[in-house]
Design a protein around this ligand. Structure first.
Ligand code: ADP
Ligand code: MG
Length: 235
């Protein structure tokens, strides 16, 4: 298996006034290409911190993070932003759509930043909007859509440029249980279809069951790594 993300001896300490908070304590793990990986743990265990350091959003206190063979902890802000644009997608719990833009315009945005020509943009947007099942809401603004529909737009935006790696922090945290299952299926199906790597944070063990690998986090430590890859390969 080809590694996508390698986290080595990563420690993250937040300083608040005189207080130091050890959010990640010497964490090491590997996530392979094409793997759907969940970071599972209770609130405050360090899941979001781990996701954010892996995505280069938070700086490390010590350790190394390698994505696609490149040390992202060594990159400048400029290098990081180019790297993110090229290889990474993000899905947020609160959708983070731009209120003034329609569904289509929100989805198109990363392609504009990537300077993809308008004709190709329209084609890619149309395809992904269909794939996530919101073609009937293409011209709606976020306020005119349900939470589930907004998250479908968020997923379309994350996937539209076909990034190799997608980070999602509690992507179904604001959704009812039926919609949650639909959104989980959607993320899983699209990512498997294109062999994309997913790193998803959740506190819900039932949702972690969608993953190929479950990394359990407790008080900033890795408590357990459960990989279903081997079993799946045999079948
Ligand atoms: P989780 O996502 O598992 O709920 P977090 O990664 O958000 O946990 O937080 C882990 C620990 O780090 C918690 O104790 C939290 O209070 C602390 N923490 C998170 N972000 C910050 C921050 N920006 N400044 C200070 N402490 C933080
Ligand atoms: Mg969190």
């Amino acid at each position: 298996m080809e590694p996508m993300i390698e986290v080595k001896d990563v420690t993250k300490i937040y300083k608040v006034g005189n207080e130091k908070i050890l959010a990640l304590d010497n964490v090491s793990l590997t996530i392979n290409k094409g793997e759907f990986c969940c970071l599972l743990g209770t609130s405050g265990s360090g899941k979001s911190t781990l996701l954010n350091v892996m995505a280069g959003i938070e700086k490390l206190t010590s350790g190394e993070i390698t994505i696609r063979g490149r040390r992202i902890d060594k990159m400048s802000e400029r290098e990081l932003s180019i790297f993110r644009q090229k290889y990474l997608g993000f899905i947020f719990q609160s959708y983070n759509l731009i209120p003034a833009l329609t569904a289509v315009e929100n989805v198109e945005l990363p392609l504009i930043f990537k300077e993809i020509d308008p004709k190709k943009r329209r084609k890619l947007v149309k395809e992904i909007i269909n794939a996530v099942g919101i073609s009937g809401r293409a011209k709606h603004k976020p306020s005119q859509m349900s939470g589930g529909q907004q998250q479908r737009v968020g997923i379309a935006r994350a996937f539209v440029g076909a990034p190799e790696l997608i980070f999602a922090d509690e992507p179904t945290g604001n959704l009812d249980s039926k919609t949650t299952m639909e959104i989980m299926e959607l993320i899983k199906n699209i990512s498997k279809q294109y062999n994309q790597t997913i790193v998803m944070v959740t506190h819900d063990a039932r949702l972690a069951e969608f993953a190929d690998k479950i990394i359990s986090i407790h008080d900033g430590h890795i408590a357990n790594i459960e990989s279903k890859g081997e079993t799946a390969n045999i079948i």
